[in-house]
Every structure is written in C-alpha cells, then in structure tokens.
Design a protein around this ligand. Structure first.
Ligand code: BEZ
Length: 211
C-alpha cells in the first residue's frame, strides 16, 4: 500500500554511491529527503540531480539529508555523476542508491506500473527526525521537479512543527503565518507577541514567530 503522511518511513539497507547505508541510522536525528528518478543518463534527471547538488547547502542549513535513488546499477550512477558534474557545472554531493532489485522502490511504491512497469517515477518523500513521512510528491517522468518548492515546504514543516502556526498559499520564509484555529483570538497576544491581524475569526495572521 502507498505510504501516507504520518506513516513511519520504511527502513532499509542499500548500496549507494557513498557506500552501504542503513536508512534510519544514516538519517540519525536529521530530516531527510528521499527522491527517485527514472533513469541514469537521461536529460531531465541530469538537470534535476545537478540542481539538487547546487542547493544542497540550503538543505544542510536546515539539517536535511538528501538521498537519491533509481534502479540503475552503481557503476552506471558513478559514470553518470561525472556527466552531471560536467554538464551542470556542479559536484553531486549526496548519495544515490543503486536499487537494482527494486527493494527500496517497492517499499516506497515508486514504481507505478501504469506509467512504466520497470522504472521509478519522480517521487519525493520528506521525512522528519521522528522518521515519519511529512510530504509525498509524485511527478511524471517527463516533468522535472521544482526543488525550490521542496525547500519551501521544508521551511513550512520545520516552522509549523515548532510553533502553533500554519503557512498560507505561496508562503515563503519571512512572510506572515496563520495562527492555528485551536488558539482562541484572546490568547494570541500572549503566544504571538509580535502582533496579529484578524481578517475573520478563523483567519488570523501573525509575523513569522522564529525570526
Ligand atoms: C529524463 O530524465 O529526461 C527522462 C527519463 C525518463 C523518461 C523521460 C525523460
């Protein structure tokens, strides 16, 4: 069955371009992103892994580890990484799982037979330090993902796990947040001393509390 938000991200051992890992041990107390791509030496995947390498410092700042996966073998990954580095002007700086037996792909339901019965689609899982699945995204093979959006969601997830706020449409780090509805309006000043705006009794904004 497909993984749902709040499920424990299944643990596994796997061979990667950075050696063998046990997923939960490797994550330790970090957040994690596990993302699949259909195939090595393909154009969209090349741009995706190149871009992810470039913005990895942003994920590092947020204590998020990155792990890629496809069903191609390790030697293929290693050769392709050279192409990514060359063509995308970067250095791939995270491990890529060689899931040749599709063990991890099956655990995470990354193969969608009605799209392609042998290759992984473009899945993204964000996993919290509690090892629970916080976000799932599935893109078709023909559409490269927006990893800036994944970073934006990580910002929202980390903020909303620490404060009683939610983030509105298209929110970005630094913008006003929504006070969760379980907080009575009269309690807002004490909890959010930066102030608040009440648009409707159910729609109350406050400045981002952690900056
Ligand atoms: C690509 O990464 O370019 C790609 C991979 C599989 C199918 C279609 C496109």
């Amino acid at each position: 069955m497909a993984l749902r938000l709040g499920d424990i991200a299944p643990d596994f051992s796997a061979e990667t371009t950075h050696g063998n890992i046990n997923f939960h041990d490797w994550l330790s107390d970090s957040w994690g992103i596990l993302f699949s791509h259909p195939k090595d030496y393909t154009p969209v995947c090349t741009t995706e892994l190149g871009y992810m390498s470039k913005i990895k410092p942003e994920f590092d700042k947020r204590n998020v580890k990155i792990l890629a996966i496809s069903v191609d073998p390790i030697e293929s990954h290693k050769g392709w990484v050279g192409d990514i580095n060359e063509t995308q002007n970067t250095t791939v700086n995270f491990p890529i799982i060689a899931d040749t037996d599709r063990k991890v792909s099956d655990l995470y339901d990354m193969i969608h037979p009605n799209a392609d019965d042998t290759l992984t689609v473009r899945s993204v899982f964000v996993i919290g330090p509690d090892k629970k699945v916080k976000l799932t995204i599935t893109y078709p093979a023909s559409t490269g993902r927006n990893f800036d959006e994944v970073l934006r969601v990580v910002d929202s997830l980390q903020l909303t796990s620490d404060y009683q706020v939610a983030t509105p449409v298209n929110w970005k780090h630094g913008e006003d947040c929504i006070v969760v509805s379980s907080i009575p309006t009269e309690d807002i000043p004490e909890k959010f001393p930066k102030g608040h705006r009440e648009i409707k009794p159910y729609l109350r904004y406050t400045p981002q509390p952690d900056i």
